[in-house]
Design a protein around this ligand. Structure first.
Ligand code: NDP
Length: 244
């Protein structure tokens, strides 16, 4: 029997991360999800992955913490016998506000989770990927990181940072056969956007395809990158055309 491969999905308990985890499980990957607090959602994701016949475990870990991510990756390596092949850095938060009034804490927490979180996870898995001469990293950016967005200076900066992190990581790890890419979603229907309704015709006018995206739209791009050995350092927009 072929050896099982493991995929880590941060923020895999809900939203886009859950859909990515389920698709990877359907491809036969064992799944390790990292989340911060919502146990019930995490348990639902694990159950749904297991129903696809793979091993799945959830790890409580604040990705903004260097030590917690180091410990979580060590536990995942032990539980899955070191066999990690895929890392999807998807955990993210928003703390929106105008730059003139933005609280320092809101800047720090968004940069900490969205950008340092991705660094932490790559930092603690890269040596293993290098040793195995194999690895697929996909980071979730945002069109806010490509175009900027009023009221989201912290979030846009973190997501633009993801693009730089992705390209530098791609260049560093390419000689070892490891790819690193990013997906930049637009408006996707999840808990993060629950206050946005499609009744808002002003919002719809900004989306050429005329609708918000679904988690499946984003997950399809993530899987495409994971299954594409000759694409690295790329940023794929999944935004209905917003940032074209
Ligand atoms: P959700 O709010 O639905 O889910 C966020 C996930 O991240 C949850 O699993 C949550 O865990 C986890 N998480 C949050 N903070 C931490 C932390 N400190 N440590 C570990 N895990 C954490 O988000 P979406 O699915 O909408 O977004 C996923 C990614 O896509 C994010 O990076 C987001 O910025 C990006 N994105 C989303 C867009 C959208 O329109 N939805 C648009 C563009 C980009 P828990 O359940 O425990 O809280």
């Amino acid at each position: 029997m072929a050896e099982a491969k493991t995929a880590i999905v941060t923020g895999g308990s809900r939203g886009i991360g859950r859909e990515v985890a389920l698709r990877l499980a359907a491809l036969g990957y064992d799944i390790a999800i990292v989340y911060v607090g919502d146990e019930n959602e995490a348990a639902d994701t694990i159950r749904a992955c297991e129903e696809k016949g793979v091993k799945a475990r959830a790890y409580v870990c604040d990705v903004s913490s260097f030590e917690e991510t180091k410990d979580a990756v060590a536990r995942i390596r032990k539980d899955f016998e070191g066999n990690i092949e895929v890392l999807v850095n998807n955990a993210g938060i928003t703390r929106d506000g105008l730059i003139a009034f933005m609280k320092e804490q809101d800047w720090d927490s968004v940069l900490g989770v969205n950008l340092k979180g991705a660094f932490n996870m790559i930092r603690h898995t890269a040596a293993l990927f290098i040793r195995n001469k194999c690895g697929r990293i996909v980071n979730i950016s945002s069109v806010s990181g490509l175009m900027g967005n009023a009221g989201q200076a912290n979030y846009s900066a973190s997501k633009a940072g993801i693009v730089g992190l992705t390209k530098s990581t791609a260049r560093e790890l390419a000689p070892k056969g490891i790819t690193c890419n990013a997906v930049a979603p637009g408006f996707i229907r999840t808990d993060m956007t629950k206050n946005i309704t499609e009744d808002n015709s002003e919002l719809l006018r900004t989306i050429p395809l005329g609708r918000m995206g679904d988690v499946s739209d984003v997950a399809a791009a993530v899987i495409f990158l994971i299954t594409s050995p000759y694409i690295t350092g790329e940023v794929i927009r999944v935004d209905g055309g917003i940032a074209m």
